[in-house]
Design a binder for this molecule. Structure first.
Ligand SMILES: Cc1ncc(COP(=O)(O)O)c(C=O)c1O
Length: 459
């Protein structure tokens, strides 16, 4: 059973270049049974914090320079749902990145939003490389009914959006900006990393503590910035809807430990930064594999570009796993992603570099470049026929992938991770996307949203 397999993993030498950010290291939490309680007197209530939980919220807000910070035990998913519902009325118009996490899509669906997308630039290796400010300007000009903007920054791969400019544009029109910074809880603690989205003046910022900091899975925080255009009353109303009525005290204890770590162990971020710098420097010696952080990218996300080797990203992930016992966070057609945190050890970085050096040596002796893998247009503009929420409510039927061209999608289809949808409900399905999904299947990538290899389509 799963519990036994987890124990085996804990006892093995497999090294986690993936979430959670504690990297399977004990950070002082006791036996979980001993501290797993319900709302008994003296231990406060997450849904009406007045004592110890309020104190933790205040210390969290102090660390991130927020006006108020709500602790979450349902991940950034809970924070994103709450933020969208708080910022927009039912049937409001939302401007959101096409690369948004599914929780943002789900919020827009349930809020019955009219959705306008910004489309990111996609680089040579099929990775999202940020969105130009012109995308936002144009969308705001053409759609004067936009009531809220959602930006993902950093992205899964660590790309940072031009938040200062986006916030200035939005606030000039009285529109709130929500930043899904699920991958950015570690920002703002050392100058080697990009600045925190709160510094750019975003109204609401959601961060998963568990992704990049030493905290248990599902721990997160929703920050309300000074001068936020979204009211705290709205946020509290929807937190009550989306957060469990039995919040785990084990998870809340883990959040408290994370707060203490951030207060007391600031120097650890400097050590982490110099390990990363050293790693990137050594990687300059690799010939075929490219490992360099992009300008403006969070260097904590190590993108391993194998587009000039005989390997696909997925094959690289398999070799690192099977031969070197190094577990990546994800892989795509032409790259793998190693997710690091302040808890990574020197030994972890050395093992990753030595493995890449060996693979690179083999790559140099082999033929390169599989042209069908590179430069894929992963996130092209979709042709919207109806709103997402309308498509979800229509009668659906199943359709084989190869016969889906021209039909209207009624399910969201994504290569996972990162889970950014290639097709969303309400869009017409084109051959380009079908070809890409077939290729992804051939390469063994995980695809979500296909039923028995087919699609749900609306009649
Ligand atoms: C960009 C982004 N936003 C939100 C989430 C959801 O975060 P959580 O797992 O904490 O609910 C994820 C999860 O991977 C994500 O990648």
């Amino acid at each position: 059973m799963l519990d036994h397999k987890l124990r085996e993993l804990a006892d093995s030498d497999f090294y986690p270049f993936h979430m959670p950010g504690h990297k399977r290291q004990q950070t002082g939490l006791e036996d979980p049974y001993a501290i797993d309680i319900t709302e008994i007197p003296g231990f406060d209530n997450l849904h009406d914090p007045q004592g110890l939980i309020l104190e933790a919220m205040e210390r969290m807000a102090g660390l991130y320079h927020a006006k108020k910070s709500y602790l979450l035990v349902g991940g950034s998913t809970c924070g994103n749902l709450t933020a969208v519902f708080s910022a927009l009325p039912q049937k409001g118009c939302i401007l959101m990145g096409r690369g948004s996490h599914k929780s943002i899509y789900h919020a827009a669906w349930l809020r019955q939003c009219r959705i306008v997308y910004t489309y990111p630039k996609v680089g040579q290796i099929g990775m999202i490389e940020g969105t130009s400010i012109a995308e936002y300007e144009q969308a705001l000009q053409v759609n004067p009914d936009i009531g809220a903007i959602v930006v993902t920054s950093p992205t899964y791969e660590g790309m940072i959006e031009p938040l200062d400019e986006i916030v200035a544009l939005a606030h000039a029109r009285g529109i709130p900006v929500i930043v899904d910074a699920a991958h950015g809880a570690h920002l703002g603690f050392d100058p080697y990393f990009p600045k925190s989205p709160l510094e750019s003046g975003a109204d609401l910022v959601i961060m998963s503590l568990h992704k990049t900091l030493p905290a248990l899975t599902q721990t997160a925080v929703l920050h309300v910035n000074e001068n936020s255009l979204v009211s705290e009353r709205q946020i509290e109303t929807y937190l009550d809807v989306f957060e469990t009525s039995s919040p785990s005290y084990v998870l809340m204890a883990s959040i408290c430990q994370c707060i203490r770590f951030l207060e007391e162990e600031k120097a650890a971020f400097g050590v982490y930064a110099s390990r990363l710098q050293d790693f990137y420097k050594k990687c300059k010696s690799l010939e075929k594999i490219r490992v360099s952080s992009f300008p403006g990218q969070d260097p904590g996300k190590i993108v391993i570009d194998v587009s000039k080797t005989w390997l696909s990203g997925h094959a690289l992930e398999e070799i690192l796993l099977q031969k070197y016992h190094l577990v990546l966070e994800m892989s795509s057609f032409s790259y793998g992603l190693a997710m690091t945190s302040v808890m990574d050890s020197e030994e972890g970085f050395v093992r990753l570099f030595e493995a890449l050096k060996e693979i690179d040596r083999e790559a140099s002796a082999r033929d390169t470049d599989d042209p069908c893998r590179t430069g894929q247009v992963l996130y092209g503009r979709g042709q919207k026929v109806m709103e997402y929420h309308e498509a979800m409510e229509k009668a659906k039927e199943r359709c084989a992938l190869d016969q889906a061209e021209g039909r209207i999608a009624a399910s969201s289809v994504a290569i996972y991770p990162p889970g950014v949808p290639l097709i969303v409900p309400g869009e017409r399905i084109d051959q380009e996307r079908i070809d890409l999904l077939n290729l992804a299947q051939k390469q063994g990538l995980t695809i979500t949203g296909l039923v028995d290899h087919g699609l749900f389509v609306v009649i």
